[in-house]
Write a protein that binds this ligand. Structure first.
Ligand SMILES: Cc1cc2nc3c(=O)[nH]c(=O)nc-3n(C[C@H](O)[C@H](O)[C@H](O)COP(=O)(O)OP(=O)(O)OC[C@H]3O[C@@H](n4cnc5c(N)ncnc54)[C@H](O)[C@@H]3O)c2cc1C
Length: 238
C-alpha cells in the first residue's frame, strides 16, 4: 500500500504548555531572517508555518548538522514536531546527542517528489519539499517531558501505537536522550515544476517529471506474532 505525500498537521501537545496556559505564539508566517531568506529562485521559498509544519509532519528522517572542532557533521536521524518545536532522540551514548545540548544546529528535512527529466543534462533536476531550521539544540531534562516526547515519536511513526506498548523502563529512559529546537527561524523550499527546458522544447527527447513517493509495503511479522493477530495497516506520517 502507499500514500501520496499529504499536508497533514499532527496535533501533539506543546510540552511547555499546561492546560489553560496560553502558548508562546510562534508567528503563523515566520519573518525570513537574513539567514533563512531563500535568495536563488526566491519564489520557491515559503515561510508560513502551515507549509513548514506539513513538510515536517510528512517526514520521518531529517539531518542534524552541527560543528565540532571546526568539522561539520550532518547526522541523519528520525525527527518529529510537537507544536512549535522539532525533536530528535537517540542513545545517550550518541556523540551527536551528547555534543549538541546548547549548541547551534541546522536541521533539514527533505521529501523527494519527482525526477525532473529535461531535454538537456544541464536542466535535469528533482522536485522536492524541504525545510531548513536554524536554532539551538536543547536536551530535555525533565523525565515526564522526555517520556511525552518519546510517546510523540512513536505516535508520529505509527499513530495509535503507544497505548498498546510495554511501558518504558527506567533503564531504557536513562539510555535515551531527547533533544529539541524551536521552530522560530526556519524556511521551506518547494519545487513542483513539470518543465525546466527553457528553449529546448523542440529537442526530440522525452521531457517531464517522474513522480516519486514514499511507499510502505506489506508488513512482515516477526516470529512471535500470535496467529490471527491483525497486522497494522500501512500508514505514512503526515
Ligand atoms: C532533494 C533536493 C535536491 C536538490 N538538488 C540541488 C542541486 O542539485 N543543485 C542545487 O543548486 N540545489 C539543489 N537543491 C536546492 C538546495 O537545497 C538549495 O536550495 C540551493 O543550493 C540554493 O542554495 P543557495 O546558496 O541559493 O541558498 P542559501 O543562500 O544557502 O540559502 C539561504 C537560506 O535559504 C533557505 N534555504 C535554502 N535552500 C533551502 C532548502 N532546500 N530548503 C529550505 N530552505 C532552504 C535557508 O534558510 C538558507 O539559510 C536541492 C534541494 C533538495 C531538497
Amino acid at each position: 500500500m502507499s500514500q501520496t505525500p499529504a499536508a497533514g498537521r499532527a496535533e501533539y501537545p506543546d510540552p511547555d504548555t499546561e492546560p489553560g496556559e496560553p502558548a508562546e505564539p510562534v508567528p503563523l508566517v515566520l519573518p525570513p531572517s537574513d539567514r533563512t531568506r531563500v535568495r536563488r529562485l526566491p519564489k520557491r521559498g515559503r515561510y508560513d508555518r502551515e507549509t513548514i509544519d506539513a513538510i515536517l509532519d510528512a517526514a520521518i528522517v531529517g539531518h542534524v548538522a552541527w560543528v565540532q572542532d571546526g568539522q561539520p557533521y550532518a547526522t541523519p536521524t528520525a525527527v518529529w514536531r510537537q507544536g512549535d518545536r522539532l525533536y530528535w532522540h537517540g542513545s545517550s551514548a550518541s556523540r551527536m546527542l551528547r555534543s549538541t545540548d546548547g549548541v547551534p544546529v541546522c536541521v533539514t528535512v527533505t521529501l523527494l517528489d519527482g525526477l525532473v527529466l529535461a531535454r538537456s543534462g544541464f536542466n535535469h533536476s528533482v522536485n522536492f519539499r524541504s525545510v531548513m531550521a536554524l536554532g539551538t539544540a536543547h536536551l530535555v531534562t525533565d523525565p515526564a517531558e522526555a517520556e511525552r516526547a518519546l510517546e510523540a515519536f512513536v505516535e508520529h511513526l505509527y499513530p495509535g501505537r503507544w497505548p498498546e506498548l510495554r511501558p518504558m523502563s527506567p533503564k531504557e529512559r536513562k539510555a535515551t536522550s531527547v533533544l529539541w529546537m524551536d521552530l522560530t527561524e526556519a524556511s521551506a523550499k518547494v519545487r513542483a515544476d513539470i518543465n525546466h527546458d527553457d528553449d529546448d522544447e523542440a529537442w526530440p527527447a522525452w521531457g517531464g517529471v517522474i513522480p516519486v513517493r514514499m511507499v510502505q509495503d506489506a508488513p512482515q511479522p516477526d516470529t512471535f506474532v500470535a496467529a490471527g493477530t491483525k497486522a497494522p495497516e500501512a500508514r505514512l506520517p503526515g
